[in-house]
Write a protein that binds this ligand. Structure first.
Ligand SMILES: [Zn+2]
Length: 350
């Protein structure tokens, strides 16, 4: 009899600290890279391209500014027009991180993430969200070879980026509960190591009782936990450890809402809803959202309750092969009635 061997790729570089971008050349040297490209978005190009270039002495570095709204076929074309690099790095928000991940994946070279916000777990995950036929679609890629996060940079982002990161991280709680439910219904099997990693990541974060979301310790905790969640998806080979019914609601909102919010913000609200439907750790989630002022930020957004009603109904059709709480009509009804009656949500809608 042969036993399956689990052999998973994990990042070889993991640096989460203040001022680390100034050490980039040394980090790359340690891994024998001599010719690299860094992709930037508009914002990161303006703010960091020249600074980074100035710190490089011996490694050849090309800085490339990517435009927004590149679709999959344009991205592949772009990937093959690039010269051969030892590594492709992307520095910036979620979009350019996904571009870099996909370009490196299609050229079979190591990819290094340098996120400038911590608004979701994409910088550490193996998937990317790209535009295919005008629709945002999750496309498989590879886990980053390196993750480099400069806490000084993340500290400067506006509150809502960090709050989105908090929302995306807390969704591990509902996603894991959905995964167990799915297994109980014979639809999939929980990978216990991946589940443990995802659970430990979010628990470590919720037990950091801080109110200052720009505090370096808070940011380090948030970023490390998002990273662990991303790695959990590599172990399980799917997004289940960090993405369940709450993510389906967010994906559905991207379709039905005239004005979708940031991924992690939508996911956070949906996490609060689904935790109440699952009757599992809902109070803990509400406490974290109150303490970090996540709910206060939502109030300013003037969200449309009707978007959420539609998204709950549409959610299961986004991933028909899964079986989360939202796929069960009984719990879908419960979710609809919850958003209708919950006193806290009442204060959030426009
Ligand atoms: Zn997410």
């Amino acid at each position: 009899m042969t036993y399956p061997i689990t052999n998973i790729a994990i990042p070889a570089i993991l640096e989460i600290k203040s001022g680390v971008i100034y050490e980039l050349e040394n980090i790359l040297k340690k891994h024998q890279f001599v010719n690299v490209a860094i992709l930037f978005d508009e914002f990161s190009y303006e703010n960091y391209a020249a600074i980074l270039k100035g710190t490089f002495k011996s490694i050849k570095l090309d800085t490339i500014k990517m435009k927004a709204n590149v679709n999959l076929s344009e991205l592949i074309e772009h990937a093959f027009l690039l010269e051969r690099y030892d590594a492709v790095i992307a520095m910036g928000g979620g979009t350019v991180i996904d571009y870099g991940k996909y370009i490196a994946f299609s050229r079979r070279v190591p990819y290094i993430s340098i996120p400038t916000s911590a608004s979701n777990d994409g910088f550490a995950s193996s998937n990317c969200s790209l535009i295919v036929n005008d629709k945002k679609t999750t496309v498989p890629a590879k886990v980053p070879f390196g993750i480099i996060v400069d806490i000084d940079i993340i500290q400067q982002v506006p509150d809502h980026f960090l709050l989105a990161g908090v929302g995306d991280l807390l969704s591990n709680i509902t996603a894991l509960y959905d995964w167990e439910y799915e297994e109980q219904n014979g639809v999939s099997q929980v990978n216990h190591f991946a589940a443990m990693l995802s659970k430990k990541a979010v628990n470590s974060f919720v037990r950091t009782p801080m109110t200052d979301i720009h505090h370096p310790i808070f940011i380090k905790e948030l970023v490390s936990s998002l990273t662990m969640g991303g790695i959990a998806t590599v172990i399980s080979g799917n997004s289940a450890p960090i993405s369940g019914s709450e993510h389906l609601i967010s994906h559905a909102l991207d379709h039905v809402s005239a004005n979708p919010s940031m991924h992690g913000i939508q996911v956070g609200i949906a996490t609060y809803i689904m935790a109440n439907v699952q009757e599992h750790r809902a109070e803990r989630i509400a406490k974290v959202f109150t303490r970090t002022r996540f709910f206060d930020y939502i109030k300013d957004l003037q969200l449309d309750k009707n978007d959420y009603v539609q998204a709950i109904k549409m959610g299961p059709s986004i991933k028909p092969k899964r079986y989360t709480y939202l796929h069960d009509e009984k719990y879908r009804e419960k979710a609809l009635s919850f958003i209708d009656k919950d006193p806290l949500l009442k204060t959030l809608w426009k």
